[in-house]
Design a protein around this ligand. Structure first.
Ligand code: AMP
Ligand code: GLY
Length: 424
């Protein structure tokens, strides 16, 4: 089979790495890809949002199956366009991707189908929003309705931060049309986990749970990022909790989607917050997480292409999905300054010192090759991923990998995985 992967981050490098192991696959193209994905096939210079040219390319090359990594093309309807042209694409169609594309839709959906989530109210008027926020007090959470590359959520510990967020979204229009409406939400305490699931419209099968580290600095301090590291399986979601998540969240979500006439196929990401044994949904995404993919996919034993085909055909219930009985953990090496301003173009050295091992993998995100040398080219640069038998082992192994790699001003968190240790 000829495969096309859309995207250019660490998640897509990991997807390509996993797809390359499939017995069905002859050739992999990635659009636009990064130097990491190029090692498994060919990068194609088409932006992930350029659906017209992606479709043209896929038709020309007779691509058998397309994987869409990021949310923006999914919300933009890439899967509908590919299907319309008779091509197979793994991911939800546009009217299903709205679960991530509109937080107003997602909240309304959860309310309608009794899926536990934070209390909220929707506003398009700044004055009314400010009045509500002053009435409720801090901590409180302000979210832009639409896609904002992970920057549209403000968890305000102080009232002034919430006021600033409302003003920047509704008055200064910082997020353009994505921030025309906002969700103001009750602040939830607890510990976060990610439960990804394969969905074929009729059946929902959870993957092993994982845990991201969203804040920029150690001990969950500092601004929110796209994710500074992750591990799986997250011990917070033990067997009993997973049953609860299925019963209270995943099954009602699928039933709700069916009732709405939405044929959801692909990966469903539920970000959950657990307090006193009760899980609540803080967000739905319609794709693999980044960096969650980099720890979940290395533990997936089953052929991902086989799963994708079953999802598309609606035969997921007939497939047994298997996992390695191991742990995986990744540490993100980011550019100094990320998630605020940072410089690009720093020379990266040392990846060759960890290359070639199957228990220590370096997934590339914001990188670029210039004259055969690798340079930084984004906020999150590398995901150094270790696989092993215990969390102690994978923490040590991942950080030993990080120690061998260098670029000026790199930024890491030093405590990835520490939360997992408290369960041992
Ligand atoms: P989201 O993009 O909705 O996942 O939000 C980004 C991050 O903000 C989440 O991963 C949480 O850490 C935090 N967050 C979002 N909503 C809430 C909430 N209601 N209470 C507490 N933290 C939240
Ligand atoms: N790691 C968070 C996300 O992918 O949305």
């Amino acid at each position: 089979m000829k495969i096309l992967v859309v995207g250019n981050g660490g998640r897509e490098h990991c997807l390509v790495w996993k797809i390359a192991q499939s017995k069905y696959v002859d050739r992999i193209y990635t659009a636009p890809g990064n130097p990491g994905t190029a090692e498994y096939g060919e990068n194609v210079d088409i932006d992930g949002l350029d659906i017209d040219n992606l479709l043209k390319f896929a038709l020309e090359k007779e691509i058998d199956l397309t994987f869409v990594g990021p949310e923006a093309p999914l919300v933009g309807g890439i899967v509908d366009r590919f299907q319309g042209a008779g091509l197979k694409a793994f991911g939800p169609v546009k009217n299903a991707a709205i679960l991530e594309g509109s937080k107003v839709f997602a909240k309304g959906f959860m309310k309608k189908y009794g899926i536990p989530t934070a209390e909220y109210k929707v506003f398009n008027n700044a004055e009314e929003a400010l009045e509500y926020i002053k009435d409720k007090g801090a901590p409180i959470v302000v979210k832009a309705e639409g896609l904002a590359a992970g920057k549209g959520v403000v968890v305000a510990k102080e009232l002034s931060t919430a006021v600033e967020a409302v003003e920047s979204m509704l008055i200064e229009k910082k997020f353009g049309s994505s921030g025309q409406r906002i969700v103001v939400e009750e602040y939830l305490e607890g510990e976060e986990a990610t439960v990804l699931a394969f969905v074929d419209g009729k059946t929902i099968v959870p993957m092993i749970a994982s845990q991201d580290h969203k804040q920029a600095y150690d001990e969950d301090r500092g601004p929110n990022t796209g994710g500074m590291g992750a591990y799986a399986p997250a011990p917070l979601v033990d067997e009993k909790m997973m049953e609860k998540v299925k019963r209270e969240i995943l099954f009602p979500t699928l039933e709700g989607l069916k009732s709405e006439g939405i044929d959801y196929k692909g990966v469903l990401y539920t970000g959950i917050l657990i307090k006193d044994g009760s899980p609540k949904v803080i967000e739905y995404n319609v794709r693999f997480g980044d960096p969650e993919a980099q720890v979940v996919l290395p533990l997936l034993k089953t052929d991902l292409v086989e799963i994708a085909l079953a999802v598309i055909e609606g035969s997921l219930s007939e497939l047994e999905i298997e996992w390695f009985d191991k742990k995986a953990l990744c540490v993100i090496m980011a550019s100094g300054g990320y998630p605020m301003e940072y410089e690009k173009g720093k020379l990266i050295s040392g990846i060759d010192k960890v290359d070639g091992r199957d228990d220590l993998l370096v997934f590339q995100a914001g990188t670029k090759l210039v004259d055969g040398e690798l340079y930084t080219d984004g906020g999150r640069v590398l995901a150094v991923t270790a696989i092993g038998s215990s969390f102690m082992e994978v923490i040590e192994k991942a950080y030993s990998g990080v120690e061998k790699i260098y670029f000026p001003d790199f930024h890491i968190r030093h405590d990835i995985g520490h939360k997992a240790l408290k369960y041992i």
